[in-house]
Design a protein around this ligand. Structure first.
Ligand SMILES: NC(=O)c1ccc[n+]([C@@H]2O[C@H](COP(=O)([O-])OP(=O)(O)OC[C@H]3O[C@@H](n4cnc5c(N)ncnc54)[C@H](O)[C@@H]3O)[C@@H](O)[C@H]2O)c1
Length: 313
């Protein structure tokens, strides 16, 4: 298939591009390289270094015969979304709508959207949260993701778009960015490599659901199937505390630091985990990478970033 991956120079997108190419697809990457890196783009992919909002994006659709849009480009920082909600909305909402309009005018039906679980469900009523859990986003970033999900339903009803919404938990792995939703992993790795104590905000018992980027890639392979449509959680269903993440990364580093605790950050979510049962039942997806192994792999990437990172399976 001819697939456009927006954000294909970024952390998650670049791994998806690698996998699609490995599977024999033709890939076009649209990325403004604001956080993405040219060197992360697979050499067999065609890179258009353009902003989502650039009118020239239209020309890519005229030239390339795109059959699937996989939309990962976004402003990804929750903190930045609080500081500048209008900028967040421009990229994450209006940018997504521009793509959807192009999908309609070029009769592209398959639209994969990188949404979020943690930032969408907010403080959860039950654990792990399934797709039916009430959505109560606590940040403009989460509000924007939910808004695009709703637009996708509008486009499904009115314009024959087939939405494939993947709600990720906290994605970690090689090439990850400290500003993303699992940024704490990158931050601890970098602190340890500089021989600094990892800094934990608050008591460290706040939890997140850490899913490997390679499992997320697998979800994006399954999402290509004709019968895959709707909203799916992509996480592990397990809660892991920040203390436990710090301990695993310290172990992977072979160093003997103990974390330092700073005052808690205002408004930080306390617990999060999402239930992947629906994706498992309907499409056989399940997380495969053990957390300790994945964290070790990620630490090794930060220690030796020039080494090619190969999907462990
Ligand atoms: N990392 C996580 O834990 C996580 C969790 C849930 C959802 N997501 C979503 O997954 C997607 C990818 O996130 P990531 O962690 O790989 O982040 P990333 O910053 O590495 O990737 C985003 C990519 O989009 C590009 N980009 C940003 N603004 C753009 C614009 N206006 N035009 C064109 N390109 C633009 C960036 O250069 C970058 O390459 C995002 O949509 C994010 O919201 C990530």
């Amino acid at each position: 298939m001819n697939i456009m991956v927006t954000g294909g120079a970024g952390f998650i997108g670049s791994h998806i591009v690698d996998a699609y190419i490995r599977e024999g697809h033709r890939v076009v990457v649209l990325d403004n390289l604001s956080t993405g890196k040219r060197e992360q783009v697979h050499p067999d992919a065609t890179l258009y270094a353009l902003d989502l909002m650039d009118p020239k994006v239209k020309e890519i659709f005229q030239k390339e015969n795109i059959e699937v849009i996989n939309h990962h480009a976004a402003q990804i920082s929750v903190t930045q979304s609080v500081a500048d909600p209008a900028f967040d909305a421009e990229i994450n909402i209006v940018g997504s709508l521009k793509l959807l309009q192009l999908a309609v005018s070029h009769q592209i039906h398959k639209f994969i959207f990188a949404s979020t679980g943690g930032a969408l469900y907010g403080e959860q009523d039950y654990f792990p949260a399934d797709e039916e859990h009430p959505t109560q986003p606590m940040s403009p970033y989460g509000i924007a993701k939910l808004t695009v999900e709703r637009y996708l339903n509008f486009y499904r009803e009115n314009f024959n778009i087939q939405p494939k919404i993947l709600r990720y938990s906290n994605v970690y792995g090689p090439r990850q960015d400290p500003h993303g939703e699992a940024g704490v992993v990158a931050i601890f790795c970098k602190q340890l490599l500089k021989d600094q104590q990892p800094v934990i905000f608050g008591d460290g018992e706040q939890t997140r659901d850490f899913v490997s980027v390679f499992d997320v890639v697998n979800a994006n392979l399954k999402a290509l199937a004709e019968n895959c449509e709707g909203t799916y959680n992509v996480g592990t269903g397990k809660e892991t505390s920040v203390n436990s993440i710090a301990a695993s990364i310290i172990k992977a580093s072979g160093k003997s630091f103990s974390p330092q605790h700073d005052p808690p950050r205002m408004g930080e979510q306390r617990r999060s985990s999402i239930d992947y049962g629906k994706f498992n039942r309907e499409h056989g997806w399940q997380p495969a990478q053990p957390l300790d192994e994945g964290l070790k792999n990620t630490f090794d990437f930060f220690a030796h970033p020039s080494r090619a990172q190969v999907n462990p399976d």
